[in-house]
Write a protein that binds this ligand. Sequence first.
Ligand code: CO
Length: 405
Amino acid sequence: MARITEVRCIRTRANGTWVIVKVLTDQPGLYGIGSASDHYHATTVMHLIENAVGPRLIGRDASRIEDTWQSIFTSGYWRNSSLLNTALGAIDVALWDIKGKEAGMPIYQLLGGPCRPAVPCYAHAVGDDLPSLEDDVRRYMEEGYPVIRCQLGPYGGGGFVEPNRVSRPRNAWPQERIFDDEAYLENIPRMFAYLRERIGFGVKLTHDVHEHLRPQVAVALAKLLEPYRLFFLEDALPPEQIAYFRLIRQQCTTPQAMGELFVNPHEWLPVIQERLIDFIRCRVSKVGGITQAQKIAHLCEWYGVQTAWQEGGDNDPVNQAAAMHLDLASWNFGIQEENHFRPEELEVFPGHAVLEHGYLYPNDRPGLGVDIDEEKARQLLQPDLARRVFSMAEDRRADGTVVRP
Ligand code: CO
């Protein structure tokens, strides 16, 4: 039996936004790693793990994954916070890593064995105008991606207008760009009309609203996009407005993907049980790791909902590996969001998953299959960049009101 002797965090990426937890045991060389990355609160999560959650685990039996999960879940009495979930998720994945190493098997074998040889991924095509977006979509088609997400520039792109071209108060706050729901409703269906006319219906396309719209505009958008037969529409609504998915369902057949901001079972339960979404999009680390994500996947199976774990942007190769093990072992897997890393970033993580022509390939090493080179992790981190404060882009409507991202 392995007992936990130490829980510590390793901060890396040039800007310090990746936090990897290492759980060490009293067995020589036996340890596990998990992702505790939070782009906006890296040092807060580290403090939580090293000063509150971690010390409670010293001396515990590392094999008790479910029991440890339940124990951390209620350790602060208040639960389902995104930051506690992140700490919990990192430790959970590290314990799965340890169990896999003890068993001599990759985690996907412990979860039931692979349902597929590799993991199909969706690409992020983007263009500031329609011709450049079409070029990007074609580039990913040629590369072999089975599904391609289409965006007009940054999140909310298609809905941005110049401040001097809309009605604003004379004491308007300074803003570089204005988000306008009606402009979005005009431009995104036009974008798909353009793409479908040029590349046909054979390629599977998605779009990410990133929760920008007023709820009723989101319902209208889903309905207007119906003729273009999307693979899914992502984050049409913010988590606070999920009841509007009922209206979307009543109005159209556009498939819905939702959940990257979900942290609480009361967010995902109704949309799964009422079959209001088609793809669940939680981030594995933000719901509490492999243990919780596997329960969500199993629940979804019986309601005909598929998985599409969130993985883009600020995610790290360790969380990507955790999602990949679930992708391989879940029958109701749908698609995996891709993520690109720089060569010097991948060097920090020997054994990382390999993304090739739109498919993610695992290795057959025991456990998570990916490790961390602590010396290279230290070299990658640039302390000056890591002192910066990160926050979401603050988009506003013409009257100054903040748009929920
Ligand atoms: Co998204």
